[in-house]
Design a protein around this ligand. Structure first.
Ligand SMILES: Nc1ncnc2c1ncn2[C@@H]1O[C@H](COP(=O)(O)OP(=O)(O)OP(=O)(O)O)[C@@H](O)[C@H]1O
Length: 241
């Protein structure tokens, strides 16, 4: 039987006056790739931060890889969860190369006070190759296009060699072609690295054939879950957005 790696039970999250999640329950099995969609403010990013161990849980429970996050998110667990935030990856005026940005993903495993060794740089270079950024790895991050920066962000998350990958709108502000390329990349690395992947996205084209399951969120609740073929229908989307 495939193990459940993420279990969220009746989670309520509030930021002062705003209630972001109003009783969300969800189970995700190892190896699944899940798309999370819904209107602005529905709670999608908040759901990701719960899995990341950064959510302010008011009520409910979150289990990730067998750990109850109510007891905190230990460093070894954090390093098994890769997070790709919304762009920009890093202030583009920072004088750091793409390769150095990817190395930042390694510090979760290294600890801040240990210098990266040759083995760490090998991992970084392998991840840059995986995302097709080897040729541009010496460029300052601010001299890369949005799509290229997104690849670097994905490589940075992969550099910590996670088993769960969380992506927050990895195709935001990219043109259609770059959007498709990033979605294909996500699919490839999901399979090659045998990940469990959760992706928040507004680009609905391309989700069929990519996601095993979709989670549709509305007003802090999971409104529907199911397979993309079933849910990516005009009549469903009109009610969602
Ligand atoms: N750090 C915060 N402080 C206060 N309120 C917050 C914070 N983060 C999110 N919220 C509020 O929580 C609710 C859910 O926000 P969240 O970012 O999870 O939604 P989302 O579905 O990811 O939206 P979007 O598609 O716009 O990114 C919103 O009402 C938002 O204003």
């Amino acid at each position: 039987m495939v193990p459940v790696v993420i279990k969220i039970k009746n989670a309520v999250v509030s930021y002062r006056e705003d209630v972001a999640l109003r009783g969300v329950s969800l189970e995700i099995k190892a190896g699944e790739i899940i798309g999370i969609i819904g209107p602005n403010g529905a709670g999608k990013t908040t759901l990701l931060t719960l899995v990341n161990g950064l959510g302010h849980l008011l009520q409910g429970e979150v289990w990730v890889l067998g750990h109850n996050l109510a007891r905190g998110c230990p460093a070894d667990l954090r390093s098994r969860i890769g997070y790709v935030p919304q762009l920009p990856v890093i202030d583009p005026r920072m004088p750091v190369t793409a390769r150095e940005v990817v190395m930042m993903g390694r510090y979760g495993r290294l600890g801040f006070f240990r210098r990266p060794g040759p083995g760490d740089w090998q991992v970084v270079d392998r991840m840059l190759e995986l995302v097709g950024m080897t040729a541009l790895s010496g460029r300052p991050i601010g001299h890369l296009s949005g799509g290229e920066q997104q690849r670097v962000a994905i490589a940075r998350a992969l550099a910590q060699e996670p088993s769960i990958l969380l992506l927050d709108e990895p195709t935001a502000s990219l043109d259609r072609r770059a959007q498709q390329q990033i979605l294909q990349l996500v699919q490839r690395i999901h399979k090659e690295r045998k990940l469990t992947t959760l992706m928040v996205t507004h680009s609905l084209a391309g989700l069929t054939g990519l996601c095993d399951r979709l989670v549709l969120m509305k007003k802090g609740r999971i409104w529907k879950t199911g397979n993309p073929e079933e849910l990516l229908q005009d009549r469903v989307l009109e009610q969602l957005f």
